[in-house]
Design a protein around this ligand. Structure first.
Ligand code: CA
Length: 225
């Protein structure tokens, strides 16, 4: 799950990013409205967290522009403006939920999960493939009801492959699902993770193979052997 965080306050932005990353989300952090627009042009997001008081624009104007562009990504507005009028204006502008600063990180995470569970969400809450049960929101993978014990990267890769099982997923798409924009990604990082995932699935006899498609990407395929 990829989240766009738009927040200009350095330490608050940092703690939100850390909390979300720890919870298994991939986070791109925009420090101003212009950066947020750049990020949004580059890739789709599952959720946006939007501060209203930004150095170069009012977050409400930004939100209105997104909604005019028919962007339906859930938006959680973060703001110090706690007045009723501001909440109404935020929701009118197209926000899905509203959190007034200061807030507890646990509450922020709970609100994020709630927004991602809404029916408008295009990512499935649970994917079942044979004996594999994958929860992309909670980053949990079990086989026959028992946790598979994959690392964070392997789980992210499996989630990205599982939503398109049987089809090739391009390398760009996989990297976009796994890494945030400011993360340095080594040239072989994806290969290393794919190889770990392939071995873990084989050792557990999960019934699915991670197949490399040369020059394109990877595919999760049922093991017919
Ligand atoms: Ca601010």
């Amino acid at each position: 799950m990829r989240v766009l965080l738009t927040e200009d306050h350095p330490s608050l932005g940092d703690s939100i990013r850390n909390a979300l990353t720890k919870a298994g989300f991939t986070v791109d952090w925009a420090r101003c409205a212009a950066d947020a627009e750049d990020f949004r042009c580059m890739r789709p997001y599952d959720l946006c967290l939007l501060d209203l008081g930004l150095p170069d624009a009012d977050g409400l104007d930004l939100l209105e522009r997104w909604r005019r562009g028919e962007n339906t990504t859930p938006v959680l507005v973060l703001t110090a403006r706690g007045g009723l009028n501001d909440k109404v204006a935020g929701l009118d502008a197209g926000a899905d939920d509203y959190l007034v600063k200061p807030f507890a990180m646990e509450e922020l995470l709970a609100r994020c999960r709630a927004l991602l569970r809404r029916p408008a969400d295009r990512s499935p809450n649970r994917i079942t493939l044979g004996l594999l049960d994958i929860d992309p929101l909670c980053h949990e993978v079990s086989l026959n009801g028992l946790p598979l014990g994959l690392g964070r990267r392997e789980t992210q890769l499996l989630c990205a492959l599982a939503v398109r099982a049987g089809r090739v997923v391009t390398r760009d798409r996989l990297e976009a699902a796994m890494y945030s924009g400011d993360e340095a990604v080594g040239p072989n990082a994806l290969e290393v993770t794919a190889s770990r995932l392939r071995n873990a699935l084989a050792n557990a006899q999960a019934g699915f193979l991670v197949v490399a498609v040369r020059g394109v990407g990877y595919m999760l395929k049922e093991d017919m052997s």
